[in-house]
Design a protein around this ligand. Sequence first.
Ligand code: HPA
Length: 268
Amino acid sequence: MKVGIIGGTGLYKAGIIDNLEEKNVITKFGDANLMQGKFGEHQVYFLNRHGMGHKVPPHLINYRANIYALKQLEVEMIIATAAVGSLKKDIVPGTLVILDQFIDFTSGREHTFFTGQSNGVVHVDLTEPYCPNIRKLLVETAKEAELTMREKGTYVCTQGPRFETPAEITMFTGLGGDVVGMTNVPEVILAREAEICYGTVAVVTNYAAGISTANLSHKEVLQVMADNEGNLEQLIGNLLKKIGNKTQCFCDRSVSSQSKLSWGINDG
Ligand code: HPA
């Protein structure tokens, strides 16, 4: 199978992949720089959404180019990682959260491929925003490795790049959020529009503003991600060993089942 790995903050390489080489993919939304290689039978593409060296802030990431590039490469499944702050005292830093829902507080991001006119209008279903099969595999694999993990979690996506105020965090908690981050939206939406199975393993790097009395720093986030890099690579590697050729889910028909639109990935 062709698999995409999208690394977030703190995951800039995919040490588990053999014969890695760089690849630049040109799409009609812009370029995506990624690495390609093999893991067993699988062709794997690794992409860091912030670019190598963390050069692109969350609100300026070209999410459409990234997902479209993976679509052009015929990727059927994406495993994404994300650094997050915890909205709850009992979700302690170091925990992995297998996301199952999100709440969107972003603004002004290009968040759809279907922009009307010749690009069509599609109202994609997000009852289960994250692929149930990838979620199941992530949960299973994390359990086997005895990692500290939550099987579910609602991700609140903020616009960033600033951290939140304690008042915002109180509101997010009241709304049912579990963790907060800046990048999963619109990535998860675009993957569904592109009919690619998509799952995210979030790494809790800190308590969100006001839950912790200390000030937040990006350095602290990077440190916890560095501490967890080995676990994440092991988790993704073990998961890749489990996947067969096709997952039984609805992701690959999310658009075609409700519209005559089809993916014209070679249409310029
Ligand atoms: N807020 C937003 N994004 C984050 C955080 C946070 O506390 N930690 C890691 N990414």
